[in-house]
Write a protein that binds this ligand. Structure first.
Ligand code: ADP
Ligand code: MG
Ligand code: MG
Length: 255
């Protein structure tokens, strides 16, 4: 069992004291085996939290800590965090010309494994075939350049393909549901659900409750103005769908 602890996390995009904080003291603990949903209005720090957890150097931790099993990862670069089991699936995945989808996924898997334990090519190709079939992805998508000319829905499905192939421990999924039709949403949700297990945990960021009809989270958090202002069970997502975010109190105003 592993634990990810986010403690009084304050984040800015510049280190200077006069620069405003985007995250203003986030506290959150996720254990292996759990799926947490992070909801909230746009522009309130959800993606900033995901990027900061993954180690995007644009975001500066000005206070607080991020701990995995008690060890701080704040000064760890993104590649080390990937080896530790972090994965970020994004709303707008990058397109890379000249690198095929299959090559990218194989490199991502091998970068997370020791040099003397790289994935055998046939094992990789068999897993890739099976996973793409499960996600109802056309075979030629493996040989196309990463995300080049993929539709919005194909890109999201491709993020889930990467997730299922890489099998990370900490999956940060940032609005992977936006723009998906109901069939694609189901496939994406089935993919995430198939990952559930003792060596997997996920923080699923979503603006809408719809995805949570298909992936039942263990815990739901609401973020507003750089803080988590409410935490509850799966029913919280349904309450929010009915009442909206407006009635929720603003941040607690401390600092
Ligand atoms: P959410 O994902 O909840 O919509 P974000 O984390 O994307 O919110 O953004 C929160 C706030 O931080 C917004 O005001 C946004 O403009 C600002 N912000 C996020 N990333 C950057 C950045 N790289 N540079 C400057 N401002 C940023
Ligand atoms: Mg504080
Ligand atoms: Mg966002």
């Amino acid at each position: 069992m592993s634990t990810l602890e986010i403690k009084d996390l304050h984040v800015k995009v510049k280190a200077e004291p006069e620069h405003p904080e985007i995250l203003k003291g986030v506290n959150l603990t996720i254990n292996s085996g759990e799926i947490h949903a992070l909801m909230g209005p746009n522009g309130n720090g959800k993606s900033t939290l995901a990027e900061t957890l993954m180690g995007n150097p644009r975001y500066v931790v000005s206070q607080g800590d991020i701990l995995v099993d008690g060890q701080s990862i704040v000064s760890m670069p993104v590649d080390e965090r990937a080896r530790l089991g972090f994965f970020l699936g994004m709303q707008y995945p990058a397109e890379i010309n000249g690198v095929t989808n299959a090559e990218f996924i194989r490199a991502a898997i091998n970068a997370r494994r020791p040099d003397d334990d790289q994935i055998p090519i046939m094992t990789f190709l068999n897993q890739l075939d099976a996973t793409m079939a499960q996600l109802k992805m056309p075979e030629d998508m493996a040989d196309r350049y990463l995300n080049q000319g993929f539709s919005g829905g194909e890109k999201k499905r491709n993020e889930i393909l990467q997730l299922m192939m890489i099998r990370p421990h900490w999956a940060l999924l940032d609005e992977i549901d936006s723009g998906l039709d109901i069939d694609a949403l189901r496939i994406v949700a089935d993919g995430v659900n198939s990952m559930r297990g003792a060596a997997f945990a996920s923080l699923i960021i979503t603006h809408y409750e719809r995805l949570l009809d298909y992936i039942t989270p263990d815990v739901v958090h609401v973020m507003k103005d750089g803080r988590i202002i409410e935490t509850g069970g799966p029913e919280l997502a349904h309450t929010l769908e009915q009442t909206g975010y407006e009635h929720l109190k603003a941040g607690d105003g401390h600092d």
